[in-house]
Design a protein around this ligand. Structure first.
Ligand SMILES: [Zn+2]
Length: 57
């Protein structure tokens, strides 16, 4: 399992999206629009898509 990271648009930092996925599942998944309710870097709400996501590990 790998942790899904997204880049915070406010700070440019990589933050956890709070989701763990298999790499193969992630590659097949559509994930058109996802919401991060409370960004650990800036505390704001962000909407992200698969294109914004990076797998860690
Ligand atoms: Zn943020």
């Amino acid at each position: 399992m790998a942790k899904v990271m997204i880049k915070c648009p406010e700070t440019g930092k990589l933050v956890s999206a709070g989701i763990w996925v298999d790499k193969s599942t992630f590659e097949k998944a559509q994930m058109p629009e996802n919401t991060l309710g409370h960004c650990p870097a800036c505390g704001k709400k962000h909407t992200w898509t698969k294109n914004d996501a990076i797998l860690e590990g």
